[in-house]
Design a binder for this molecule. Structure first.
Ligand code: FMN
Length: 459
């Protein structure tokens, strides 16, 4: 593991001064400046980047990330009012959690502390609790202009914004989102990302943490459509979400799909985090230095499969509903393989925060891999897997999947024969005798068992 760029032992303000141990700039040949792709309708190089995080806290940090070949850079969430970070520690490693959680996980509590360090540099998880700190607009607006100037052709700046969720609710919060988005646009941001997914919405009123905004689809729609109406048509808009199961994702994205240029996700997962002795691992609020902050955001390898599932479901919905936005995938990306997997699942760009602080060489590794690109077959495979896992159906026919995805029955049939492990063929058949398939992750139903017994008896 190289020396981390972020100094976990220091406060957020100290870290904002710049990377702890700045890496050398990437050699020119590694830097991918050829403008070949588009993202949000804008030209970008290889679409690897760093999401809103302390690694993109200001133009100094953004310059460091950009110099390493990260091309899609999301400026850490800014607000209308200056807001201090919660007391340190803010970002800690967690015990165990060296493997991805499953989408049905029942992890209630994670444990960690500020002195813990990971055993494996490619497989660790972290929790953070910062409380969305922000400098004042008088500071961040000129800094956004600086960040934009630093970037080369093929590098894209997105600015993340949030409304004052601690104080405002309803229409007042919607208007605050619009106001801060318009300020970021005026500062020169070509693209605005709405943070609808923060897990650290700490409530001083004594109720712990609130759920992320994206879990309330009507409110998310109001915010996105009001911001879209407030921005110039050429300014790009991104909605950032937390992990949601397919049905919840459909309901929230369905509300604003035509108003955004991209959907980004996943944000960290809201979870209880305790110290080894059982108390909260994070302490101190803005009004009470002794009070524990019980809930924090989980990131790193633990959330990798959730991110894959999110992107796969989103890509499936986009395909079947004729939505046209890009997908910016993130969550648990530790190495080149994870970038490839998210792209094959349908991501148009991939970002990494938790791993980037310890492995800023990821773009170089991708470059030595020849900048991997998923094939059309890889993407179709992910779409077929998502169709098979669709919770609205117990079983699917090859025809039904082909109709949903608007591809030929032959293409789906060929793919399923070439990858027999993506589907389980049921002992039951459709009314017209057609074969029925489901996802191998779905349990064998009682009806299927009975059908199997009937078939055996009939032989
Ligand atoms: C320390 C830290 C701070 C973060 N701050 C923000 C933020 O201000 N706004 C935001 O939208 N996401 C924020 N995130 C979430 C990341 O952008 C990303 O969605 C998440 O960490 C998952 O990616 P990862 O597993 O590569 O870290 C933060 C994540 C971390 C680890």
């Amino acid at each position: 593991m190289t020396q981390p760029l972020y100094d976990y032992t220091e406060s957020y303000d100290e870290n904002r001064k710049g990377p702890h141990l700045a890496p050398p700039p990437a050699p020119d040949e590694v830097f991918f400046a050829d403008v070949e792709r588009t993202l949000l309708g804008l030209p970008v190089g290889y679409p690897i980047g760093v999401p809103a995080s302390p690694l993109t806290a200001n133009s100094t940090w953004i310059a460091t990330c950009a110099s390493q070949g990260f091309n899609v850079l999301t400026y850490k969430t800014v607000r209308r009012s200056p807001t201090e970070a919660l007391p340190p520690p803010n970002w800690i490693f967690l015990e165990g959690l060296e493997k991805p959680l499953s989408c049905e996980h029942d992890l209630q509590v994670a444990r960690g502390n500020a002195s813990l360090r990971p055993r494996d540099p490619r497989a660790y998880s972290m929790a953070n609790s910062f409380g969305i700190p922000s400098p004042s607009p008088a500071e961040w607006a000129p800094d956004i202009a600086r960040a934009r100037k630093i970037l080369r052709a093929g590098q894209l700046l997105i600015v993340s914004v949030v409304g004052e969720y601690e104080e405002l609710t309803g229409q007042a919060l919607v208007e605050d989102f619009v106001e801060v988005a318009v300020m970021a646009e005026a500062a020169g941001a070509p693209a605005i990302e709405l943070n609808l997914s923060c897990p650290n919405t700490f409530d001083e009123g004594g109720f712990g943490a609130r759920r992320p905004i994206c879990e309330t689809p009507d409110f998310a729609r109001e915010i996105v459509t009001a911001v879209r109406a407030g921005l110039a048509p050429e300014t790009k808009l991104v909605a950032k979400l937390s992990y949601l199961h397919r049905d919840a994702l459909e309901s929230v994205v369905g509300g604003f799909a035509h108003a955004v240029d991209a959907v980004a996700g996943i944000n960290t997962l809201q979870i209880r985090v305790e110290h080894g002795d059982g108390g909260p691992a994070f302490r101190g609020t803005r009004t009470d230095p002794s009070r524990g902050r019980t809930v924090a955001g989980l990131s790193g390898v633990a959330i990798r499969d959730l991110a894959l599932d999110f992107v796969r479901s989103l890509a499936f919905l986009r395909r079947t509903k004729d939505w046209e936005f890009d997908i910016i995938g993130m969550g648990g990306v530790m190495e080149p393989h994870d970038v490839r997997a998210l792209m094959a699942s349908g991501a148009d760009a991939v970002q990494t925060a938790t791993a980037a602080t310890n492995n800023f060489e990821l773009p170089r590794q991708l470059w030595s891999d020849g900048y991997p690109e998923p094939s059309a077959q890889d993407r179709l495979l992910a779409l077929v897997s998502a169709a098979l896992a669709d919770s609205r159906w117990d079983f699917r026919t090859v025809d039904g999947i082909a109709r949903d995805l608007r591809v030929s029955t032959e293409a789906v049939g060929r793919l399923m024969r070439a990858h027999p492990d993506i589907a389980r063929r049921s002992a039951m058949t459709g009314r017209d005798g057609r074969a029925l398939y489901t996802s191998p992750t779905k349990p064998v139903s009682l009806r299927e068992r009975l059908e199997r017994v009937r078939w055996l008896l009939a032989r």
